[in-house]
Write a protein that binds this ligand. Structure first.
Ligand SMILES: Nc1nc2c(c(=O)[nH]1)N[C@H]1C(S)=C(S)[C@@H](COP(=O)(O)OP(=O)(O)OC[C@H]3O[C@@H](n4cnc5c(=O)[nH]c(N)nc54)[C@H](O)[C@@H]3O)O[C@H]1N2
Ligand SMILES: Nc1nc2c(c(=O)[nH]1)N[C@H]1C(S)=C(S)[C@@H](COP(=O)(O)OP(=O)(O)OC[C@H]3O[C@@H](n4cnc5c(=O)[nH]c(N)nc54)[C@H](O)[C@@H]3O)O[C@H]1N2
Ligand code: SF4
Ligand SMILES: [Mo]
Length: 724
């Protein structure tokens, strides 16, 4: 076969960078970023650049496997795909017919190519218990806040002739995370050009260094800060009067609500000095156009949904809504695959283990989401009924879901567990069948980015086949066919062509493009439209931007944004303050890793060897800890160990743990999953966000001490990956 060059979109994170892959003899031999890629313009991160090492890694899963011996003992045998389908179809059919389809849960991770078909799989299978490690704590709250408030999601307009004159960065570090296809390149360009940033973050990072204003907020108090900023903008009449008068409902009600958040009170709650809050609010109101970059940090506490709503209002009220260079409406270029919600009978839908939150139980939206804590509870206790089967696609849930010990105990009780991934993981070790998943250069697909903000449509290309790896989509389709369930399409290409047809109906200038054509084009960037709301109004019940949302009210929620003290803090739980005097937050992304993956890739690991806990030096020394020491971090749920890094710029009362850490080099079946895993410390149970059920991954209480005898460095890293 001659040498070929193929353009393909990377999905090593949520995705969006275009690459040129060189294919020789059925293998990818070289990758380079595409200089014309609309979202990367010739740039790429280490995760994308090391894709060859990932594809041909000696530990990559290359064929299906069946468990031998007791669950979780680490013993496996190779089987064929045909055998795998037979076993899965038979066992799933048995559980479905004997106990009802709701006894089978399905779970997935964040922002993958297969998401919409994952929901379709659940609905065709007939289970209402589909869950995700992200839906309730990542983007779901922001997107839904956007839909209820404006009928549409919005993002930063980095792409037109007019660039943002300032960016409000809230609970996000896009210079690393480049989340949701916004990618890290354009914010870096903006910083380089000296664009002023207003950053709300408890920790210092690449962006706070250059910020015009850094609000060092107490974790979990973002809602109060947002309401405080709105209060200043409204009381000082810094808002866009024309927009408020003609395009909003509920301004007076909001004005009354935010009066409860004067600067001195907000300062007391958030630990941000009152004068900084005033300065930030005035800066936000004076820069035009201003855009908002917001992240998952604001979503991962029980204040999630209404905090998102309050923050979403800031760029709108200050005159930046859908203006060039501002906070612009999604282009809604192409739809996602129809999840076929109508396949779920109303009786089964009612059985969804949603936890009764209006956004997930069918009250406020047709989309049903099972709540991870309730599913794991039902798996363990059989209350209200037993979850017996689980399909897991792109979800190493022992690492990414809250209260990992609870998750572990629950998974151990399953009757049948199917797990699909690129590598063995601690979660995979608890499965019955493990399936090999295709990496991005091995899949045909299309997707719009930024996620829900739609600036470009990009093509993923199957450049090569590696082992017997398959895309999750192909697995869903083939399994349904084997089980005699109508998946609604016979091939991936049929689904993609259906989506492109719909794109042509939405955008007549793009009519007639099918997947064959997309392979040629690689990407499409349609003409952007601004001020879309002026033509067709907002897609809300009132046709306006709903500061006061009657739809939320009708679903049992508060029609106005509010904030309340997080459930675990020195203020709400003074009884715990002596034992757990510090505030813990988790997350903060690493360039090298995407959530829990990548730890076995040498070129990635060599620059990020161990999990780091960020501590103020005074706090560390008070606890006998020096920089580089291994530290015990303990919360009411358990304790883990990470290595200390000193951050003198942070508040001495706060610490931050990295998430997603396990040690592939430690070997099966445990891979050291419970040694440094931040989710041993977190809480998935009540109280959750009252509207969307978001749980407590951040803003928790903890203590720290020196881990005198930690042998992780000797036991693990040194043993297999070797010292570089
Ligand atoms: N390289 C890489 N990229 C990624 C990922 C990855 O794992 N690796 N993960 C992807 C995913 S799933 C997501 S959701 C995004 C996440 O990316 P972001 O949304 O940017 O989230 P994080 O980087 O986890 O955290 C952002 C910031 O929140 C701060 N923070 C912590 N607690 C609080 C708080 O209570 N309030 C405020 N205001 N800030 C707080 C942290 O200090 C951190 O700087 O990134 C995506 N991109
Ligand atoms: N404490 C704490 N917990 C958190 C967060 C936090 O900040 N702090 N962040 C939360 C957020 S924002 C999110 S979105 C979730 C993310 O959580 P998840 O997305 O569930 O992340 P992982 O658990 O790492 O699972 C991803 C697994 O899927 C595999 N994988 C990747 N792509 C594919 C694919 O296409 N197919 C298949 N079959 N497998 C694939 C990877 O190799 C990896 O093993 O974690 C959440 N958990
Ligand atoms: S930023 Fe994301 S899309 Fe771009 S190269 Fe890295 S992993 Fe791939
Ligand atoms: Mo996420």
């Amino acid at each position: 076969m001659p040498k070929q060059e193929i353009k393909a979109a990377c999905r090593g994170c949520h995705g969006g960078c275009m690459f040129i892959l060189t294919v020789e003899g059925g293998r990818v031999t070289r990758v380079r970023p595409d200089p014309d890629g609309p979202l990367n313009k010739g740039r790429a991160c280490v995760k994308g650049m090391t894709i060859i090492e990932q594809m041909y890694h000696p530990h990559r899963l290359l064929h299906p496997m069946r468990r031998k011996g007791r669950r979780g003992r680490g013993s496996w045998e190779r089987i064929s795909w045909d055998e795998a389908y037979n076993i899965i179809a038979e066992k799933t059919g048995y559980l479905r017919n004997t106990y009802g389809p709701e006894c089978i849960a399905i779970t997935t991770g964040t922002g993958r190519h297969h998401l919409s078909q994952f929901w379709r799989f659940g609905n065709v299978l007939g289970t209402p218990n589909a869950m995700s490690s992200g839906a309730l704590v990542c983007l779901g709250p922001r997107v839904n806040a956007g839909m209820f408030t404006a009928g549409v999601f919005a993002g930063v307009d980095y792409y037109g002739d007019v660039k943002p004159a300032g960016i409000l960065v809230w609970g996000a570090n896009p210079a690393i995370s480049g989340a949701d296809g916004e990618l890290q390149w354009f914010i870096k360009d903006a910083v380089r050009k000296g664009t002023p940033l207003i950053v709300v973050d408890p920790l210092p990072n690449e962006l706070t260094k250059n910020a015009a204003c850094w609000l060092r907020v107490r974790p979990g108090t973002d809602g109060a800060l947002a309401l405080g900023i709105l209060n200043i903008i409204i009381s000082e009449e810094l808002y866009d009067k024309d927009f408020v008068e003609n395009w909003t409902v509920g301004f007076q009600e909001l004005k009354n609500r935010v009066k409860e958040y004067p600067p001195h009170r907000v300062s007391e709650i958030t630990w941000v000095p009152g004068e900084d809050i005033l300065r930030a609010a005035r800066l936000i109101a004076s820069i035009k156009p201003l855009a908002l970059e917001w992240g998952c940090a604001i979503e991962q506490t029980p204040n999630s949904f209404q905090t998102c709503r309050a923050i979403y209002m800031i760029p709108a009220l200050t005159g930046n809504w859908d203006v060039p260079g501002g906070f612009v409406e999604s282009m809604e270029i192409a739809p996602s695959a129809d999840p076929l919600f109508d396949r779920l009978s109303p009786e089964t839908a009612k059985k969804c283990l949603s936890g009764g939150f209006p956004l997930n139980d069918g009250t406020a939206s047709p989309k049903m989401f099972a709540h991870p804590h309730h599913v794991f509870e039902a798996m363990k206790t059989g209350i209200p009924y037993k979850i017996r089967g689980l399909f897991s696609h792109a979800n190493n849930c022992l690492l990414s879901m809250p209260d990992s010990r609870h998750v572990y105990e629950s998974l151990k009780g399953l009757e049948f567990f199917v797990y699909m991934d690129f590598f063995m993981t601690p979660t995979a070790e608890l499965a019955d069948i493990v399936l090999p998943a295709a990496l991005w250069p091995e899949i045909d697909s299309i997707f719009c980015m930024p996620e829900f903000g739609d600036y470009a449509l990009l093509t993923m290309r199957k450049a090569v086949q590696v082992g017997e790896c398959k895309s999750d989509e192909e697995f869903f389709m083939k399994l349904c066919q084997r089980m005699g369930l109508d998946y609604g399409a016979d091939s991936q290409e049929e689904i993609l062509n259906g989506l492109l047809e719909e794109m042509g109906r939405r955008r007549p200038e793009l009519a007639g493009i099918d997947f064959e054509k997309m392979k040629e084009l690689s990407y499409i960037v349609p003409q952007r439209k601004y001020y879309q709301y002026k033509e067709r109004g907002f897609k809300t019940p009132s046709g306006k931007f709903e500061l006061y949302s009657s739809a939320i009210e009708q679903s049992g929620g508060d029609p106005l944004p509010f904030w309340r003290e997080v459930p675990e803090s020195p203020i709400s739980r003074p009884d715990l303050a002596e034992k757990y005097p510090l505030i813990l937050t988790t997350g903060g992304r690493k360039q090298e890793y995407f959530i829990s993956n990548g730890r076995q890739i040498k070129s990635l690991r060599k620059n990020a060897k161990f999990p780091l806990v960020s501590i103020h030096p005074d706090t560390a020394r008070k606890n006998g800890i020096e920089e580089g020491d291994w530290v015990w971090i303990e919360s009411p749920r358990g304790r883990i160990t990470q290595k200390a890094v000193f951050r003198p710029e942070m508040d001495p009362r706060v610490i931050n743990c990295e998430m997603g850490w396990w040690y592939p080099e430690a070997g099966p079946p445990d891979y050291g999953w419970d040694e440094s895993n931040a989710n041993i410390l977190t809480n998935g149970g009540e109280p959750c966000d009252p509207f969307i059920g978001a749980y407590q991954l951040r803003a928790l209480m903890c203590n720290i001490s020196k881990n005198e005898n930690c042998t992780i460095e000797q036991r693990y890293y040194a043993s297999e990956l070797g010292r570089e």
